[in-house]
Design a protein around this ligand. Structure first.
Ligand code: ADP
Ligand code: ASP
Ligand code: MG
Length: 418
């Protein structure tokens, strides 16, 4: 008998009927002889609705109060799921992040988990309960409620699996596994049976939101066997995400993804002296603003410019900071480009295959898609393109790298309303 952690996303618990279906899936795992901890997200589009509500109250809601508000979504679904499981004759108990002791840093809206207390979880497991835990939330050592960032319930589930040394963590969602790209954009897309932590982590980071990036990071760090599978086809094994040692053959390109949530900031006429970049990015880092792509131009006449991308949500704070840097250096204009999307290809097999980048650029050019910025890592190439070209870019790249399939993917949930 082992411990299995299951996680069900918003679309899987969107209404009462679906909550009962989840209850049955949980009970099935219990009947297999396992102890079960189940992590759930807020019902359907609840989190989007709560964000909208807050923005109707004020344009700039306080981040502490935002976490207080958003964490309520998951509290509704855990109670309802625990009731549903009990109504089928099984012992169940719901717990929020604070009750479990999911301890996080004190960074509202994107806190990282630093520790998970297992005593209470273990006690309730020993008493024969199925435990239903609220995803996406934690508590600071001072008792402040935090959330882990959009999609963060995946990370809650994997972190709990790691803390309990669970046998497996199964992420149930509205598609049948991880595909080479979002099946909502390319329905005739190949499904992936096995993928390495490294590739999945890159894919998640560059926009494949089927898994929260930190969930993959945590699974990799603690070697948690992770599956993405369908909440409507329970017998389907979905996609297994495992360590690199277990894989021998890699495709050059395992997946394609796009991220339209960034903006580009350009700061021109900076002095070409040691310490300029350190000042710009040091100031951003001090304010917890993550920077993604960076380009510094070649210097001319003792001046150069730096362009970088940040999350659109961080634009206002980033501009405040960059304005100070501009004044300090007496530099040129700050230009903002919001019409960008970062399209990336990921594959461990692209290492030592120099032709892949050229193939990517040609496929984009053949489709009349201009590249605004490029960045590469060992197993990833990203190009910044115009926002409305992103889907075409994804389609072109899936075709270019042979990722299409004869079969159509089945997607159960509603279109995300973002
Ligand atoms: P949940 O509510 O279960 O957490 P999400 O909406 O967060 O579900 O994640 C599932 C969605 O991820 C799918 O409906 C699909 O549109 C999207 N997605 C993006 N990229 C991929 C991919 N490479 N493979 C599978 N699904 C993907
Ligand atoms: N409910 C949160 C969100 O919508 C967390 C999650 O679903 O994973 O982002
Ligand atoms: Mg999700």
């Amino acid at each position: 008998m082992g411990i299995i952690v299951q996680k069900f996303g918003g679309t899987s618990v969107a209404d009462v009927e679906k909550i009962h279906n989840v209850a049955k899936a949980v009970i099935k795992e219990k009947e297999n002889g396992n102890d079960v901890v189940v992590v759930v997200s807020a019902m359907g589009h609840t989190t989007d609705y709560l964000i909208k509500l807050a923005k109707e109250v004020t344009k700039n809601p306080d981040s502490r109060e935002m976490d207080m508000l958003l964490s309520t979504g998951e509290q509704v679904s855990i109670a309802l799921l625990a009731m549903a499981i009990q109504s089928h004759g099984y012992k169940a108990i719901s717990m929020n992040g604070q009750q479990v002791g999911i301890i996080t840093e004190c960074i509202h809206s994107k806190a990282r988990i630093v520790d998970i207390k297992t005593e209470k979880l273990q006690k309730y497991i020993n008493d024969g309960n199925i435990i239903v835990v609220a995803g996406f939330q934690g508590v600071t050592p001072d008792g402040e409620i935090t959330t882990l960032g959009r999609g963060g319930s995946d990370t809650s589930a994997v972190a709990i699996a790691a803390a309990l040394k669970a046998d497996r963590c199964d992420i149930y969602t509205d598609v049948e596994g991880v595909y080479a790209t979002d099946p909502r954009i390319v329905p005739n897309i190949q499904k992936t049976d096995v993928i390495s932590y490294e590739e999945m982590l890159e894919l998640a980071r560059v926009g494949a939101n089927v898994l929260h990036p930190r969930s993959v990071e945590t699974a990799k760090q603690f070697n948690v066997p992770l599956r993405v599978r369908s909440s409507f086809k329970l017998d389907n094994l979905g996609t297994l995400i495992i360590g690199v040692d277990n894989m021998e053959i890699y495709k050059p390109v395992a997946g394609v993804a796009a991220d339209s949530s960034q903006v580009r900031i350009l700061l021109s006429q900076l002095p070409d002296i040691p310490g300029t970049a350190a000042k710009v990015f040091g100031a951003l880092a001090k304010n917890n603003i993550s920077v993604d792509m960076i380009i510094q131009s070649l210097a001319s006449n003792g001046k150069n410019s730096i362009a970088f991308t940040v999350d659109a949500d961080d634009l206002d704070s980033a501009l405040n900071i960059i304005n100070n840097v501009k004044n300090e250096f007496n530099s040129g204009e700050i230009l903002i480009d919001e019409n960008i999307s970062k399209v990336s290809i990921v594959g461990a097999g692209m290492v030592d295959r120099p032709g892949i980048a050229a193939d990517m650029f040609r496929a984009l050019a053949d489709n009349n898609i201009n590249i605004k910025m490029i960045s590469t890592s060992e197993i990833k190439i990203s190009c910044l393109v115009e926002k409305d070209k992103a889907n075409n870019a994804i389609k072109a790249l899936c075709k270019e790298f042979g990722l299409e399939s004869e079969e159509m993917a089945v997607v159960k949930g509603d279109l995300p309303n973002v």
